[in-house]
Design a protein around this ligand. Structure first.
Ligand SMILES: NC(=O)C1=CN([C@@H]2O[C@H](COP(=O)(O)OP(=O)(O)OC[C@H]3O[C@@H](n4cnc5c(N)ncnc54)[C@H](OP(=O)(O)O)[C@@H]3O)[C@@H](O)[C@H]2O)C=CC1
Ligand SMILES: Cc1cn([C@H]2C[C@H](O)[C@@H](COP(=O)(O)OP(=O)(O)O[C@H]3O[C@@H](C)C(=O)[C@@H](O)[C@H]3O)O2)c(=O)[nH]c1=O
Ligand SMILES: [Mg+2]
Length: 285
């Protein structure tokens, strides 16, 4: 199996490059080789590589910036994945894609299941939802993993931000009214590989039976405030943390209050760690 992997410089893409080695021959392309904002380039790279499987963790992930760059966010998060799916169809290839808890409006505190009504509150979430819909519309074998609050020891993420700020400052103010599940990039990559090992080639019956959208998050839930406390405590950093409301932390994009995902569908296939366990393992690296 020949795998075209995008976004290999990102948190999830970096881990995938390693996790997918056992699944097939990985052709990793970064932005310099395939810019998702350049749809002609996306098409020509896919036609040159001729993959059996496209794995697409590349995305426009700057949630606040997206509010002032909606066109670019939609091109990268919706049009490019839609085009990848159309090209996959021509090749008889399958596609793995990633989406977000921010497709939900967060009004319901109960964990969201895959079929629940969506209602993104911000441009990023809306553009990611449009990407999901474009892939589904192509009618190809596909897996879309919706994950949440991704962190790891590289790239830009909340964990690294808090480790830095916690060392620099005496006190942090962190929102305590947004609920979700922090998810380690390695959990996402390893789970992807596990599912692909079960799935087999794009023409196998597995895709018909088990394809579609899956929620993929750590188990349990927390708030950004409690996550920060756990990060600092686990890393042994002394810094006081003050819980605040979202209103006290003004930013351009609205975030959902409750975006906990139920990963029950996925857990019929594999195990997912508690968020505290994954955090501990990540910080041990
Ligand atoms: N980060 C999070 O908290 C969450 C992420 N997700 C989803 O998970 C997936 C993986 O996210 P994650 O790894 O965290 O994202 P990162 O922000 O860590 O990485 C994004 C990747 O996309 C690449 N990229 C961005 N714009 C372009 C472009 N125009 N052309 C080519 N490549 C581009 C980046 O390249 P470069 O290094 O050149 O910028 C980088 O490799 C995404 O689909 C995201 O929407 C879902 C929930 C939470
Ligand atoms: C740095 C900082 C942030 N915050 C708040 C802002 C925000 O509400 C929350 C988290 O900050 P972030 O900017 O990391 O959050 P955000 O960029 O919204 O993270 C999201 O990214 C996208 C890509 C996703 O798909 C989501 O699942 C989610 O992970 O913490 C504080 O309250 N205090 C602080 O000192
Ligand atoms: Mg962010």
């Amino acid at each position: 199996m020949k795998i075209l992997l995008t976004g290999s410089t990102g948190q999830v893409g970096y881990e995938l490059e390693r996790s997918l080695q056992g699944i097939g021959e990985v052709v990793a392309v970064d932005r310099s080789r395939m810019d998702l904002a350049d749809l002609d380039q996306v098409r020509s790279v896919i036609r040159a590589v001729r993959p059996t499987l496209i794995v697409n963790p590349a995305a426009y992930t700057a949630v606040d910036k997206a509010e002032s760059e909606p066109e670019l966010a939609y091109r990268v998060n919706a049009e490019a994945p839609g085009l990848m799916a159309e090209e996959a169809k021509l090749l008889g290839a399958a596609m793995v894609h990633y989406s977000t808890d921010y497709v939900f409006d967060g009004s319901d505190p109960a964990p969201r299941v895959e079929g629940d009504a969506t209602g993104p509150l911000n441009v990023y979430g809306a553009s990611k939802l449009a990407g999901e819909q474009a892939i589904a519309a192509a009618g190809i074998p596909h897996l879309i993993f919706r994950t949440s609050w991704v962190y790891g020891m590289r790239g830009k993420n909340f964990l690294l931000t808090m480790l830095r700020l916690g060392r620099e400052r005496d006190e942090l103010r962190v929102v305590n009214d947004q609920h979700g599940a922090p998810t380690w990039s390695r959990t996402i990559a390893d789970t992807t590989a596990l599912m692909l090992a079960q799935a087999g080639a794009p023409d196998s019956a597995w895709w018909q039976q088990h394809g579609g959208v899956y929620h993929l998050s750590s188990q349990g839930q927390t708030t950004w405030y409690d996550f920060t406390r756990a990060i600092l405590e686990t890393a042994g950093i002394a810094c006081s943390v003050l819980p605040i409301s979202s209103a006290e932390y003004p930013v351009p994009a609205r975030r959902p209050a409750h975006s906990v995902l139920s990963s029950a569908r996925l857990m019929a296939h594999c195990r997912l760690p508690q968020w505290q366990e994954a955090l501990r393992l990540c910080l041990q690296q």
